[in-house]
Design a protein around this ligand. Structure first.
Ligand code: UT7
Length: 315
């Protein structure tokens, strides 16, 4: 398959580190050097499904397609206001589409997990065009009194349209299952029969553990996929790394021995928008005209699960 269109949408409210310092024991001097983040877009009066629809429409327009050309919608999402139906169905309804629609909850590497599913639909000959939308509102998962998590996240949606082609050169999904390092729990509605104890807990993260997992798995995933395809690291034009922390991206870059200009980043004014981060970055680079046909691009992402994934494709 190959990418023929991208789109993204962000909430209008921008929250700076200085804004956070008004109600949290934190500062720009702490956040910026440790994360690379100065501000983030945060949902206020928007609905996530509207951002998802906007990103999808922009991607379709960029691809020169109309909604009826889409044969499958895949949506990567961790939380939104609907438990059911899936966000993919809500996007399908908004676009007036009747094609199959499914959600995946693979946290930050969701864009690459969705790509893997899409590729298999293409290989099975079941689809001509697939729309992937990653829409996330992690700012609704964190406690806004927990300075170690809430300062990291931003909301948004990114989308890409894929069509038949052989531009996806390799893709690999990994799991190192462990819940305790990164999770959130919620309680469901009561019934007359529930006797177990249930708790609601905002996002819990062992930052250092996740940091180590991110850097080591990303370097390993990228080296593995490139060595399997016989591609040298310096043959890659762009490394699109999940925008979790600038120090994570720098650690991966140093581990690979690749120059900084090959690592586009928007974490400075976006923060970490979970699975939306890679397609939002992709769309911003695409709209700047950075990519030319044949450019070699690697995606690498990691997060709750603990899951990681890597993909290597040509533009
Ligand atoms: O999408 C994937 C999910 N998440 C990630 O990728 C996150 C990966 N981890 C990280 O990015 C980093 O571990 C963090 C940015 C979360 C934390 O950085 P760190 O250098 O690992 O700091 P730390 O957690 O070890 O905390 C160091 C100190 C602590 O104070 P004490 O105990 O040394 O007195 C924290 O309480 O910094 C304190 N601290 C803060 N201080 C001011 C933690 N957060 C803040 C804050 N402002 N926002």
């Amino acid at each position: 398959m190959k990418i023929i269109g991208t789109g993204s949408a962000l909430p209008k409210k921008i929250v700076t580190n200085d804004d956070l310092a008004q109600f949290l024991d934190t500062s720009d001097e702490w956040i910026l050097p440790r994360t690379g983040i100065r501000s983030r877009h945060v949902i206020s009066d928007e609905r996530l499904e509207d951002l998802a629809e906007e990103a999808a429409r922009k991607a379709l327009s960029d691809a020169g397609l109309t909604p009826k050309d889409i044969d499958l919608i895949l949506c990567s999402n961790v939380v939104n206001e609907y438990m059911t139906p899936g966000l993919s169905c809500i996007i399908a309804a908004a676009l007036g589409l009747e094609c199959p629609a499914m959600d995946i909850n693979c946290a930050c590497p969701g864009f690459i997990y969705a790509m893997d599913i899409a590729e298999n639909y293409f290989l099975a000959g079941k689809v001509n065009n697939v729309l992937i939308v990653c829409a996330e509102e992690p700012t609704r998962m964190t406690s806004w009194t927990d300075r170690s998590t809430c300062v990291l996240f931003g909301d948004g949606a990114g989308a890409a349209v894929f069509t038949k082609g052989d531009n996806l050169k390799a893709i690999k999904l990994n799991a190192q299952p462990s819940i305790e390092h990164l999770y959130q729990t919620r309680t469901l509605l009561p019934t007359p029969f529930i006797t177990k104890h249930e708790t609601e807990q905002p996002l819990h993260m062992d930052g250092r553990e996740v940091f180590k997992f991110a850097v080591t798995t990303s370097i390993r995933d990228i080296e593995e996929i490139l060595s399997k395809t016989g591609t040298p690291i310096d043959g890659i034009d762009y490394f699109m790394i999940h925008q979790a922390n600038m120090r994570i991206i720098d650690g991966i870059r140093r581990g690979l021995g690749a120059p900084a200009e090959k690592f586009p980043s928007n974490i400075y004014d976006h923060g970490n928008s979970s699975s939306a981060s890679c397609p939002i970055l992709l769309d911003e680079c695409n709209r700047k005209g950075m990519f030319k046909p044949g450019d070699k691009i690697v995606f690498s992402a990691f997060g709750a699960g603990l899951l990681s994934a890597v993909a290597y494709l040509e533009w």
